[in-house]
Structures are given as structure tokens and as C-alpha cells.
Design a binder for this molecule. Structure first.
Ligand code: F6P
Length: 359
């Protein structure tokens, strides 16, 4: 009988519980294995109570729930962990302790569910001999090797709903409504939610924008009798020749925190005499129940991850390609982060619809 463990790392995303459920069900019911849950990402391996048995009764009813029953930590990198030494904060590599704990637990497989950062840690642990398989998660959809990550569809639907709601006020008050969406350095959420929500302007990190182009578009609409406009801004969007907007710079533990570019766009438009309001949708995009698509994808990923362990295909990540579940080496998937393809049909569709992309 094999013994496997599962953990969720990085920020949460709708569908994490669906993966945990699928892993647990298929490992226990199909293969007859023992399943352990690891609390708060890799941190769980460093705490005495951080690893615990996951039984079928523990995963009942979690399919529609957002978040993760295991907890997640986006500062839990064992290769660079903040510890206190002689009263001072220092960064230490504690990966040896994690590997030792995994060996002590006699794990035959470790399912790591995470985005880019977490999967990079998984790859490093694999290179140290840990039998890892990866499951790509993120609302940003920026993990390479897979057409889509779970969590993304839910985020796009929440963002689209928000744009629909802003439309009514924009139209009633003849205003410009700016909405800033998440996505880090990838514009997938903004592009897809913007098209689905009928935005007039969509600014994404992959296309540096010019303020004048946004103004031209809105003025043209006014000239055509359309007295309101919807401007969707991805948090990583930036002006041509300008910088991205950060709320907080990064350090050895935390990634830099993007946010605020929507306010800059709003201030510019107000200064041009256009009545403008700005909404930053923030973490609402990551919360709540996953869509049917995300539950379906997450369930397939979870089952496929357990099958990979059964076949001994360690160091690999499950992925979606042409609608089918496949797997590929983590190293290959993580070589380059995924970005919006400027020649792809998403950008083409936006342009053909007359949406201004800021260039
Ligand atoms: O990667 C997912 C994401 O929600 C990004 O879109 C966003 O930039 C970031 O995480 C926010 O991170 P945190 O929850 O740490 O503020």
C-alpha cells in the first residue's frame, strides 16, 4: 500500500478543494492508498502537526467550496525561509529539513498544487529526490505548458459580472468606469472578461498603453452619442516607456504587490474633463464557489495526478492541451511563463470588435 501526500501552495484559487477531493477519492477508492494532507503549503512539513491523514469523510462536501481545506502560504518557500536567529530575521534554506521529513514519512508521492512559484519549489524538491507531481493552479492563467489553469474561469466570470454591473451606472450617469483586474504580469483575465463584458478599452501588461489612445477612443464614443465608457485595466498594465504600478516592492519572501494603475488611468481621464470612477476588484476574483468548468478541470487534474504517481511519472505536471489531460516535465512547463499571444485570436477578436487596447 502506497502513502501519498497533497499540499496547496501560493495564493488560493477556486477549485483547489476539487483537486484535493479528486486526489483523495481516487487514491483511496481506486488504488487503496493512504493519503496525507499537508497544512499551509510546504510549511506543514516543518511543523509537528503539519501533516495529517486525509480520509474520505474529511473531503465530503468540499467540491463547491472556494479556498483550500489544507490552507496555503505564499511565503512558504523552504529554499528561502524567514527565521529568527539571535533576535534577527534571516533568510535560510531549510529544504533539507523538508526532504528529511518527507523521507521519514515514507511518502511514495507528493501532489503539489500551485502556481508558478510553488511549482518551481516542487521542481527543486524533485531534483533533490522527492517523488513530486504537479497540478497547475492560478486565476492568472500564466503557467506554461497548459492551455488553462483551474481558477481562471471562475475569476473571469466574477470579473465579467462586475463589468456588467458597472455598465448600468456608467450608462445612467454618462460616466467613464475604470475597473482594475488581477492577473499579475499576464493580461488573460482582463482580455477575456473585458471582451465578455463588452469593454470599450482593455489595457493588458503585454501591450504598453498610451493615454492619448484611450482618450481618443472615449472621445470618439462621445462624438457617436455613446456618453459612457468601460475601461478594463489589468493590474500589470503600464504606459509605453513607463513603469508598472506597485503597492509594495518585493523582498526575498514576498513577490512585489501590483496595484493602483487603474487609479492613474482614472486620474488622467478626470483631468481631461471626463467624469470617471475607479473600481479595484481585488481578491473578490479569487473567492467563492468555482464554476462548473473549474470543478470539472480540477477534478480531472486531481485524478490524473494520482494516475501519474501510480505510473511513477515523477517530476511531471498535469496539463490541458486541445481539451485533453496530458502531462509534461515540470522543467519544460516552467521554462517560460505564459503570456497573452499578441498574434492570437483573443487580441485579434478585441481589435476586430473595435476595442481600444491602448496602442
Ligand atoms: O496570482 C494570483 C494573484 O491573485 C494575482 O492576480 C495578484 O497579483 C496576487 O495573486 C495577489 O497576491 P496576494 O493575495 O498575496 O495579495
Amino acid at each position: 500500500m502506497k502513502r501519498i501526500a497533497v499540499l496547496t501552495g501560493g495564493g488560493d484559487a477556486p477549485g483547489l478543494n476539487a483537486v484535493i477531493r479528486a486526489v483523495t477519492k481516487s487514491a483511496i477508492q481506486v488504488y487503496g492508498w493512504e493519503v496525507l494532507g499537508v497544512r499551509d503549503g510546504f510549511d506543514g512539513f516543518l511543523k509537528p502537526q503539519g501533516v495529517f491523514p486525509l480520509r474520505l469523510e474529511d473531503i465530503r462536501g468540499i467540491l463547491p467550496r472556494g479556498g483550500t481545506i489544507l490552507g496555503a502560504a505564499n511565503r512558504g518557500n523552504p529554499f528561502a525561509r524567514k527565521v529568527i536567529r539571535e533576535g534577527k530575521e534571516v533568510i535560510e534554506d531549510v529544504s533539507g529539513q523538508v526532504v528529511q521529513r518527507i523521507q521519514d514519512l515514507n511518502l511514495d508521492g507528493l501532489v503539489v498544487i500551485g502556481g508558478d512559484g510553488t511549482l518551481h519549489i516542487a521542481l527543486e524538491l524533485f531534483q533533490l529526490g522527492v517523488p513530486v507531481v504537479g497540478v497547475p493552479k492560478t486565476i492568472d492563467n500564466d503557467v506554461g505548458g497548459t492551455e488553462v489553469t483551474f481558477g481562471f474561469d471562475t475569476a473571469v466570470n466574477i470579473a465579467m459580472d462586475a463589468i456588467d454591473r458597472l455598465h448600468t451606472t456608467a450608462e445612467a450617469h454618462h460616466r467613464v468606469m475604470v475597473i482594475e483586474l488581477m492577473g499579475r504580469d499576464a493580461g488573460f483575465i482582463a482580455l477575456q472578461a473585458g471582451i465578455a463584458g463588452g469593454a470599450d478599452v482593455i489595457l493588458i501588461p503585454e501591450i504598453p498603453f498610451q493615454y492619448e489612445r484611450i482618450l481618443e477612443k472615449i472621445r470618439q464614443r462621445i462624438a457617436d452619442g455613446r456618453l459612457f465608457s468601460i475601461v478594463v485595466v489589468s493590474e500589470g498594465a503600464h504606459p509605453l516607456g513607463g513603469e508598472k504600478t506597485y503597492q509594495r516592492s518585493g523582498d526575498a519572501i514576498y513577490a512585489p504587490r501590483l496595484g493602483g494603475v487603474g487609479y492613474k488611468v482614472g486620474e488622467f481621464l478626470e483631468a481631461q474633463g471626463l467624469e470617471t470612477r475607479v473600481t479595484v476588484l481585488g481578491h473578490l476574483q479569487r473567492g467563492g464557489s468555482p464554476t462548473a468548468f473549474d470543478r470539472w478541470l480540477a477534478s480531472r487534474f486531481g485524478v490524473a495526478a494520482v494516475d501519474l504517481i501510480a505510473q511513477g511519472r515523477f517530476g511531471n505536471m498535469v496539463a490541458l492541451r486541445h481539451g485533453r489531460i496530458v502531462d509534461l516535465p515540470l522543467e519544460e512547463a516552467l521554462r517560460e511563463p505564459k503570456r497573452v499571444d499578441l498574434q492570437g485570436d483573443g487580441v485579434h477578436t478585441a481589435r476586430q470588435l473595435g476595442i481600444c487596447l491602448g496602442d
